[in-house]
Design a protein around this ligand. Structure first.
Ligand SMILES: Nc1nc2c(ncn2[C@@H]2O[C@H](COP(=O)(O)OP(=O)(O)OP(=O)(O)O)[C@@H](O)[C@H]2O)c(=O)[nH]1
Ligand SMILES: [Mg+2]
Length: 344
């Protein structure tokens, strides 16, 4: 499966132009000195953050990015032209990793931020530069340096404040569609959501916050079951997780066990989700079978130290109380990016 939030690209900066070997040839000046110019510098390949972008989709094809070469130096001390830089636009939250080792090279967070992905080669010096009092007619010039080339893995981490997590089909996307203007696909089967959806929650007297609806998780996800944990990196930077539970499938569903299973997967993930604050909500409270069991489940969670929010994305019940709780948590913890950037 191909995800637009990851792209493997090859970047090659421009080679520097060669220096030139040349001598002045003019009438009446029999032994003109060396006048070979320097080669131009090769263009850099630069990644630049563009806040308008939300995906890396544009980079999945083409995969190769080449900046222009510098041109060679010429006689009469003419310096070669510098190659033009190639600018690749990427969304906010792009992580740049070395293609093979996966080593993190840069974390692109701010609109306009730039990272030189491959540095252009230096232009070679022309022979005019090598003239000395003892060597008046140097017959050599430098070749331009080669432009840097490397493979990079780009990953997009969405910068959401809140991540909605839970089993497939519990109503995560429906909740997002209810509290924000996002319109994710909703359907009565598991794994409807294949890539994260984002929405902004706007309420009077509050700073808007961004919610990410993450594809459903299942037991074994850390070992690749279902869609795996690929998308958890999107919630690494969230300040809070909203853990959604659903028991509408009937009494076979044990919400405490579901809650623990997902949390074990989070523990097993390489990302830094352990210990993130979670709000826990039981969805589809409009269904009589759900409401019947809600009280007992509330008690079970209270014993574990969690307040259980009872919500229905269909009727809207409990949603404002949940959003208020989210605001309270967000106001009590530092902004995204602070102290979390190193954990990628
Ligand atoms: N009765 C009722 N049904 C709901 C409610 N919320 C969601 N549903 C239904 O539950 C089903 C699954 O909803 P989704 O929002 O697609 O669930 P999801 O958690 O995003 O699922 P995945 O994307 O597969 O992980 C849909 O048929 C929804 O209409 C609710 O509050 N009440
Ligand atoms: Mg969904």
């Amino acid at each position: 499966m191909k995800f637009a939030d990851e792209a493997i690209i090859n970047v090659k900066a421009g080679d520097g132009g060669n220096g030139c070997v040349s001598f002045r040839r003019e009438r009446f000046i029999p032994r003109g000195g060396p006048d070979g110019g320097d080669g131009g510098k090769g263009g850099d390949v630069i990644l630049q953050v563009d806040a308008q972008l939300t995906t890396l989709l544009d980079l999945t094809y083409p995969k190769q990015f080449r900046a222009q070469k510098g041109t060679h130096g010429k006689g009469k001390k003419q310096t070669g032209r510098n190659g033009e830089d190639l600018i690749i636009r990427v969304p906010v939250g792009t992580l740049v990793r070395e293609g093979q080792s996966g080593e993190l090279l840069q974390d692109l967070l701010v609109d306009g931020q730039r990272f030189i992905a491959a540095a252009g080669g230096r232009g070679g010096r022309g022979n005019a530069r090598f003239a000395t009092s003892t060597l008046r007619a140097p017959r050599h010039a430098e070749k331009g340096d080669q432009g840097q080339e490397r493979n990079l893995r780009l990953e997009l981490k969405l910068l959401a404040d809140v991540g909605i997590i839970g089993y497939p089909n519990v109503g995560k996307s429906t909740l997002l569609s209810r509290i924000s203007s996002a319109r994710p696909k909703i359907a009565d089967y598991p794994f409807t959501t294949l890539t994260p959806n984002l929405g902004v929650v706007i309420r009077e007297d509050h700073k808007p916050f961004v919610v990410a609806d993450i594809p459903g998780l299942i037991g074994g996800a850390s070992k690749g079951a279902g869609l795996g944990l690929t998308f958890l990196r999107h919630v690494e930077r969230t300040r809070l997780l909203l853990h959604l539970l659903n028991i509408s499938e009937g009494p076979s569903r044990n919400p405490v066990k579901d809650f623990q299973t997902i949390n074990q997967e989070l523990e097993a993930s390489p990302s830094s989700l352990q210990g993130k604050i979670q709000l826990v909500a039981l969805s589809k409270i409009d269904l009589p079978s759900v409401r019947e069991r809600a009280k007992g489940i509330e008690h079970q969670f209270a014993k574990m130290g969690y307040r259980l929010y009872l919500i229905s994305s269909q009727t809207g019940e409990g949603l404002e109380a949940l959003i208020e709780a989210v605001y309270r948590v967000l106001e009590s913890i530092p902004d995204q990016g602070d102290g979390q950037q190193g954990n990628s």
